[in-house]
Write a protein that binds this ligand. Structure first.
Ligand code: DUC
Ligand code: ZN
Ligand code: ZN
Length: 488
């Protein structure tokens, strides 16, 4: 009997730590050996001249989700996971979203059903908490965390989702007690609402005014406030979809002060700008997302945030609303006011190639940084490592074999999501995965998606090590125990 089910031969194996020319032996869906000239594979993939990377972990994507504006994402688990696989991603973490008044447990059970028989790659699930009642924080959430839902997102804006500061503190304290990771959407709600009202009254309703209403200082203020609230409770947090240079500064300052604050950014802040929302007619709606893409000069600051390690996670924030569809950007009609346009852009399939091309190929980031922010760090931050996010003996054989020289022009027609546009139409990239393996099984062969819907498994997450509190209270007061130790 062959020692391995599959051997990937002759490629350069890359992890967040290093690169080495070696073969990868795969057995029973896991990496069984790394070594020179492994023999005994029932099947082989010749990877000479190719990079052998951990499959991407896309830790922030919205699929099979009804958004806060009432519209349903175009992608469910089937097309979302296929599209991810075709772009080299092997784990996705979408959201089970609680709206006010809903039982969190019921929301999760309904969401799990939506995944059944659909996903082609493995998935974990974050929670969205919009109703932190005593029942939710005292019973439902702790039980769900024990069941492997160890991360959740909270919003500082959107009428249907937002928490006030006191609710935020209660949620953060619960996360600290239970060991979960909190993701925060940081924008100042009142600023956005106030500006929206005045812009509308003045007749400024075109898509580009979305970017004006979601003013950059509102992101800076909320980011600082989120970090402050987390510091008071002594709990690590991750600020999602960081778009603005001053928000990056706030995270960098917190990290420099020794706080465990993580930052995530997304392709739209590197490759889109406010100019895109100002395209003729209603076209700008295709680029409306929150926070919005900022001015072009800001893109360099986001790159620096990645280069310096201040931003340690790169996710798609895939939030797919079709352009010409009653559930999409035109849900409220063509030329609908900006604040009624569903927020979000797609990006699951292009996340890795676009970063690889503009980041690794140009020398802006190293291969190690690329692997870290797209796979290893999110796996670690959300309690999935070492099973996911790396190539090591014992890890799942979730691997993307990359042709680093393959030239591709991104068009909507070549992608596998359920969208009717891509915001990156015509974008030229170099480097694309030619094979994607999920637990040793081919799910993308470079030409066609493969792998049966339903083969993807739910991943219960461990309590993430990076979510551990640091044991320091700025005021000397530990709100959990009631102890007061005056600070020196
Ligand atoms: N927040 C997200 O995380 N995704 C899409 C829109 C939003 O506001
Ligand atoms: Zn958000
Ligand atoms: Zn999102």
């Amino acid at each position: 009997m062959a020692e391995f089910d599959l051997v990937i031969r002759g490629g350069t194996v890359v992890t967040a730590a290093d690169s080495s020319r070696c073969d990868v032996g795969i057995k029973d869906g896991r990496v069984a050996a790394l070594g020179a000239s492994l023999d005994g594979g029932r099947e082989t993939i010749e990877a000479a001249g190719k990079l052998v990377l951990p499959g991407g972990v896309d830790a922030h994507c919205h699929i099979a989700q009804r958004g806060s504006k009432g519209t349903e994402t175009a992608d469910g688990f089937r097309t979302g996971s296929i599209s991810a696989a075709c772009g080299g991603t092997t784990t996705i973490i979408p959201f089970a979203a609680q709206y006010k008044g809903q039982s969190l447990r019921a929301v999760v059970e309904a969401y799990r059903k939506r995944a059944e028989g659909e996903a082609v790659i493995d998935y974990a699930i974050h929670l969205i908490i919009s109703d932190p009642s005593e029942q939710v924080l005292g019973q439902e959430l702790p039980a769900l965390i024990r069941d492997g839902y160890t991360s959740f997102k909270v919003y500082m804006t959107y009428d249907e989702l937002k928490l006030d500061d006191s609710q935020m503190l209660a949620v953060l304290a619960t996360a600290r007690r239970e060991g979960a990771m909190v993701m925060i959407h940081a924008e100042n709600h009142d600023v956005i609402a106030w500006l929206t009202e005045r812009l509308s009254a003045a007749g400024h309703t075109a898509p580009k005014f979305h970017g004006v209403a979601h003013a950059a200082p509102a992101e800076r203020e909320a980011t600082l406030r989120a970090i402050t609230l987390a510091e008071i409770v002594d709990v690590p947090v991750l600020i999602v979809h960081v778009s603005w240079r001053e928000a990056i500064d706030a995270i960098r300052d917190a990290q420099a002060a020794g706080l465990r604050v993580f930052g995530e950014t997304c392709p739209q802040y590197l490759f889109l700008s406010a100019d895109d929302m100002d395209r003729p007619g209603f076209e700008g709606a295709k680029y409306v997302c929150s926070p919005p893409p900022r001015d072009k000069a800001n893109q360099d600051f986001v790159w620096r945030g990645i280069q310096s390690g201040v931003l340690s996670v790169f996710s798609s924030d895939h939030a797919p609303y079709r352009y010409d569809d009653p559930e999409g950007k035109k849900a409220k009609g063509e030329n609908a006011p900006f604040h009624t346009i569903p927020n979000g852009v797609p990006g699951l399939e292009v996340r890795l190639p676009m970063l690889f091309s503009a980041g690794v190929r140009t020398g802006r980031i190293t291969l190690q940084q690329f692997v870290a922010i797209t796979a290893t760090n999110p796996a670690r931050i959300y309690g999935l490592n070492p099973r996911k996010g790396t190539i090591a003996v014992g890890s799942d054989a979730d691997i993307a074999v990359w042709d680093p020289d393959k030239e591709v022009t991104v068009t909507h027609g070549m992608l596998h999501d359920a969208m009717d546009y891509t915001p990156y139409e015509g974008h030229k990239v170099t480097g694309w995965p030619v094979v994607t393996l999920s637990r040793g099984e081919v799910v993308w062969d470079g030409q066609e998606p493969r792998g049966a819907p339903g083969r993807g498994r739910f991943l219960p997450c461990d309590l993430p090590e990076p979510a551990r509190p640091q044991g320091r209270f700025v005021s000397g007061f530990d709100p959990a125990s009631g102890a007061f130790v005056p600070q020196a």
